[in-house]
Design a protein around this ligand. Structure first.
Ligand SMILES: Nc1ncnc2c1ncn2[C@@H]1O[C@H](COP(=O)(O)OP(=O)(O)OP(=O)(O)O)[C@@H](O)[C@H]1O
Ligand SMILES: [Mg+2]
Length: 251
């Protein structure tokens, strides 16, 4: 159960005993959790814990071998990414995901391809308003942007879809602290507007400050699900960075 969630509320996202992995090797082992609509939930845990796997499974890039995933109460367990995009999920994966040879504008147009060119072109200016540095470079090749500008463009491309659920994997990698704060502020603003955000972030302390809830994974299992404020107040929070020490504490 998500922290502060009333039992009668329909969760924005729910995993019920989800099993998923690669080939014959299962990474998520009967993982269950709920995410409140309009909240920011932070997924933490050591490298290899399965955080990215959760997002990939949710976005239909990995088919669950067991369990059920629902989005606003609707079963999406077997859905592919195209269907999920149409249902309002957008995914900003870990790493670099732009078409480097294409311009900023072309990357945005491609991101909005499922909307139709007319709608995409109408929405591009409002997305660029969020990222003035990127707007100034609309006609540059994406690969010529700084790392931070490229990440902003990727987030902007996802926002073109006006997603109900935004999945974002390690947005702060390669960004300077000021840009990270800008991105976090933007996420807070999106959540205030009703977008549900599930984020993976190694920058745990700063990310907790803008998150509502936190979920910790270890070896594909949930070891903790609490309000972010409680974790921030925990004097042993550093242990979460290292992993391994949470299990006994969560028990
Ligand atoms: N495409 C793949 N094929 C096979 N195994 C994979 C694949 N992607 C990830 N794994 C394995 O699944 C496990 C979980 O990986 P995942 O990427 O979900 O971890 P993570 O918690 O996001 O870690 P990190 O903090 O390093 O990003 C790891 O052991 C990883 O080696
Ligand atoms: Mg990862």
């Amino acid at each position: 159960m998500a922290a502060n969630m009333n039992p009668q509320d329909t969760p924005a996202i729910e995993f019920e005993d989800v099993v998923a992995g690669y080939k014959d090797f299962m990474i998520l082992n009967n993982l269950s959790f709920k995410v409140r609509p309009g909240s920011i939930t932070l997924l933490i845990g050591p490298n290899g814990a399965g955080k990215s796997t959760v997002l990939k499974t949710l976005f239909g890039l990995l088919k669950p071998r067991g369990g059920r995933i629902t989005l606003g109460g609707v079963d999406i367990t077997a859905a592919d990414p195209k269907t999920l995009l149409a249902r309002g999920i957008a995914f900003v994966p870990q790493g670099r995901n732009l078409f480097g040879q294409l311009t900023v504008m072309q990357n945005l147009e491609l991101g909005g391809i499922t909307l139709g060119m007319k709608t995409a072109r109408e929405r591009i200016p409002e997305v660029l308003d969020l990222f003035p540095r990127v707007r100034e470079r609309s006609n540059s090749q994406a690969s010529a942007l700084s790392g931070g500008e490229q990440k902003q463009l990727e987030i902007g491309r996802a926002l073109l879809l006006r997603p109900k659920v935004l999945l974002i994997d390690e947005p702060s990698i390669g960004l300077s602290p000021l840009v990270v704060q800008d991105v976090f502020k933007l996420l807070r603003k999106l959540a205030a507007g009703g977008t549900t955000i599930l984020m993976v972030e190694q920058n745990v302390k700063s990310a907790l400050k803008i998150s509502d809830d936190a979920i910790a994974l270890e070896s594909g299992r949930l070891v903790l699900h609490k309000p972010a404020s409680e974790l921030l107040a925990d004097p042993h929070i550093e242990r979460l960075f290292l992993g391994g020490a949470i299990e006994t504490r969560a028990a």
